[in-house]
Every structure is written in structure tokens, then in C-alpha cells.
Design a protein around this ligand. Structure first.
Ligand SMILES: Nc1ncnc2c1ncn2[C@@H]1O[C@H](COP(=O)(O)OP(=O)(O)OP(=O)(O)O)[C@@H](O)[C@H]1O
Ligand SMILES: [Mg+2]
Length: 394
């Protein structure tokens, strides 16, 4: 290990290679810029002398008249014998070009250098501990990363299984619902036959029961139709959606016309606000018709007779075409707004106003909007009315 701090370039000799001299040699060997050129001791077998000769330092056993006092390239001599006469001899010989540090000075310098080395060693030790800790932590992180990845994989697998189970469940439900369709249609037509007098006449009471049976059959058939429609839409993929360029104004007018009997029965007036220019969109016509019908039927069903309904079609500033259906009906409580597009959700006031609903219309509308990458939203104030809005992508 070397002391990193830079040391002014020095050419050095050490006189006296006992314990002190040897320690100074060992320290100096680690200092960049310090070159020990000579070491000198009467005993060539001291540890310092053996070390010096092994690494190629000139080792002298006689000081007087040697290169130590003749070599003018030397600029530092450590006198480590502690003998006064040797110190004085060196002072006399080399004082003009070289600094002689006596035994006490050498000891002080030794302690300073040794302290510095210890600090360096401690720093090195800290560095080592730190990098070990970093390695440990990295290992731990890698381990928890692996565990996390394993858990993600497990969840993904579980999710896949849940998805499969859900699909199975939907298939089963669709099949079961489909099988209900025919018996209900049969019950409905038998009831109609009875009401038409095919099997004799009935008392007023029996006829009223038969009419109720027929109404319930119609209601159930319509619910079954909606359930099947939603199941189909849910399993339908966006990329399979067949679209054409269509005139939105024409589609909406057609829907209003088809609902004319219902609108007339409730003495309502539907007003169009669409400007002169046609609004052209790419869509699946049948689905947009179904969506508009759901919104318009709701506006009629959840409003009192005689109330107005407004249909607005326009292009917004960003170039998106949108349409909205506004009514002045019962409105929707704030707390219910977030649930309104969920399957089978109906508000209490909605049920009171129109008993015969299945709560699937808006779920179907939402799915159709999704398939068209459109946004469907609602603004409503309870008791004042609602505005349902569809925004088509640009
Ligand atoms: N225009 C509206 N004004 C007030 N409430 C509405 C309006 N449209 C929908 N709702 C509320 O949202 C609920 C869900 O509507 P949705 O159309 O999904 O089902 P529904 O009308 O009950 O039955 P159906 O599936 O036969 O249409 C309704 O029951 C009603 O409570
Ligand atoms: Mg509805």
C-alpha cells in the first residue's frame, strides 16, 4: 500500500539501520517521489540492510568518506544511529547542499508518516467494508427483484386463469339465456292465442291475468335480448368492428323516427340542433343506432309527459364530432353518477319512474362507445334533467 500524497522529489540516505532506520526505510519505500539511494550501517545483517540490498539500494558499512558524504545529488539524510558524533560529522560534510535530520527529528517524522499511513490503511479498510456492504445490498436487491418478478408472473398467470374462467362463465350464461329465449317466445304466443279467443272466451279477471302474463313475457324477452347483446359486445374485439363512413345526422333522425310512437304517446317534442353541414363519422351504423336509441329511450322514460328533449350534433374546436341527448326529466343523484354505466344498476327514482327496465341499456351504450374509441359521459342535476354526451375520435 502506498501513501498517495505527493512528496517533493528527494534523493535520500539513511544512516543507521537499526529498528528506527529500518522503520523509516519501510515508510519511505511507500512514498511516491522519495528515492532512498543509500543505506548505511556497520552491521550488514540488520533487517533494514537485508531488505535494502534485496531491492537494489546501495548498502554501505562504512560511512566516513563514502558516497553518502560525496554524492551531491543527495538532498536528505536521516541520521538514525542517535550518535552525536555521527550527526556532527554529517553536518560538517554535507551541510552546504543537503539537510541532515537527526534521530529525534527522524522519530518525529517517522511518527507523522506512520500516522498518515495508518489513516490511509483505515480509509482503505472503510472502502473495503463499504464495497462489501454495497455488494451485499446489491445481492439483496437482486434477490427481491427476482422474488418480485416471480410474484408478477404468478399474478399474471392467475389473471389469465381468472380471465378464462370469466369467459367460460359468460359462455355458459349466454347459452343458458339463449335457451330461455324460445320458451318465453312460445309462452308469449300461446298467451296471445288465448287472448285472441282461440280457446273459448275468458272471464274479465282471467283475461286481465293473461294480459299481465303477456306483458311480462314481452319484458323478459327484451331483457334476454339486451343480455345477449351485451354478452356479444363484451366478447367482440375492437379490431373486428366493421365501420363505414356515415352521416350521423341521418342515423339520429332515423332513431327518432323509429321511436315516434313512444314519443307521441308521452306528448313530447324532440328538437334537433345540428346546423347545415352534415356530420360525417366512421362507425358501425347498427351499433350507433342502438346507442342513440338507448339514450333517447331513457330520456323519454325518465321524463314526465310533455317535457322537451334536445339532440345536439356538432364539431368541437378540436375537430371532434359529438352528439348529446338532453332531457328535463328526473335527473340522477351525484352519488349515483359513477355507477350509471354499470350492468344492472338502476336508481330508486329510475325504478319508480319506469318499472320495466333491466339496467343494461347504458352498459351496452358504454361498450359501443368503447368499441368506437369514443367517450361517453353524463351531466345531471337531480330533479332537473340529464345530458348524455358521446364524443367521437377525430
Ligand atoms: N335520462 C335519464 N334520466 C334519469 N335517469 C336515468 C337516465 N338514463 C338512465 N338513468 C338511470 O340509469 C339507470 C340505468 O339506465 P339503463 O338504460 O342502463 O337501464 P334501464 O333504463 O333501467 O333499463 P334498460 O336496460 O331497459 O334500458 C336507469 O335505471 C335510471 O335509473
Ligand atoms: Mg334504459
Amino acid at each position: 500500500m502506498s501513501i498517495q500524497q505527493s512528496f517533493p522529489h528527494s534523493s535520500i540516505a539513511i544512516v543507521g539501520m537499526g529498528k528506527g532506520g529500518t522503520s523509516i526505510l519501510k515508510l519511505l519505500l511507500q512514498i511516491t517521489g522519495a528515492t532512498v539511494k543509500y543505506i548505511c550501517d556497520t552491521n550488514p545483517k540488520t533487517e533494514g540492510m537485508i531488505l535494502g540490498s534485496r531491492i537494489g539500494i546501495t548498502c554501505l558499512t562504512e560511512l566516513k568518506g563514502s558516497d553518502v558524504v560525496r554524492d551531491r545529488s543527495l538532498n536528505l539524510i536521516f541520521e538514525a544511529t542517535g550518535k552525536k558524533d555521527i550527526f556532527e560529522y554529517l553536518q560538517e560534510e554535507v551541510a552546504t547542499y543537503c539537510t541532515v535530520i537527526g534521530a529525534v527529528g527522524a522519530r518525529v517524522i517517522y511518527y507523522l508518516l506512520d500516522g498518515q499511513q495508518k489513516i490511509t490503511e483505515e480509509l482503505q479498510q472503510c472502502k473495503l467494508i463499504l464495497s462489501e456492504k454495497v455488494m451485499e445490498r446489491t445481492e439483496e436487491l437482486e434477490k427481491s427483484n427476482l422474488e418480485l418478478q416471480r410474484q408478477i408472473n404468478d399474478y399474471q398467470e392467475l389473471n389469465k386463469k381468472l380471465h378464462q374462467i370469466n369467459e367460460e362463465k359468460t359462455k355458459y350464461l349466454v347459452n343458458a339465456t339463449h335457451q330461455l329465449k324460445a320458451p318465453f317466445a312460445a309462452i308469449q304466443s300461446y298467451t296471445e292465442l288465448l287472448l285472441d279467443g282461440y280457446a273459448d272466451t275468458f272471464s274479465e279477471k282471467a283475461e286481465s291475468i293473461l294480459r299481465k302474463m303477456k306483458d311480462r313475457c314481452i319484458l323478459l324477452s327484451s331483457s334476454i335480448k339486451e343480455m345477449l347483446e351485451l354478452a356479444n359486445l363484451n366478447s367482440f374485439l375492437e379490431e373486428n368492428l366493421q365501420t363505414d363512413t356515415e352521416n350521423l345526422d341521418t342515423i339520429l333522425q332515423k332513431v327518432v323516427d323509429s321511436l315516434h310512437p313512444l314519443i307521441k304517446r308521452k306528448h313530447m317534442i324532440v328538437t334537433f340542433h345540428s346546423g347545415k353541414r352534415p356530420h360525417i363519422i366512421r362507425c358501425n351504423k347498427k351499433q350507433i343506432e342502438a346507442l342513440a336509441q338507448i339514450l333517447l329511450e331513457n330520456a323519454v322514460n325518465y321524463s314526465d309527459p310533455g317535457m322537451p328533449i334536445d339532440i345536439l350534433i356538432k364539431k368541437d374546436k378540436g375537430g371532434r364530432i359529438l352528439f348529446s341527448v338532453s332531457d328535463k326529466g328526473i335527473g340522477i343523484d351525484k352519488k349515483n353518477l359513477q355507477n350509471i354505466f354499470k350492468e344492472y344498476f338502476r336508481t330508486n327514482r329510475g325504478v319508480q319512474k319506469s318499472y320495466n327496465g333491466s339496467g343494461l341499456g347504458l352498459a351496452i351504450a358504454k361498450r359501443i362507445a368503447e368499441l368506437h374509441r369514443s367517450d361517453i359521459s353524463v351531466d345531471s342535476i337531480s330533479g332537473e334533467g340529464s345530458v348524455f354526451k358521446i364524443e367521437f375520435p377525430k
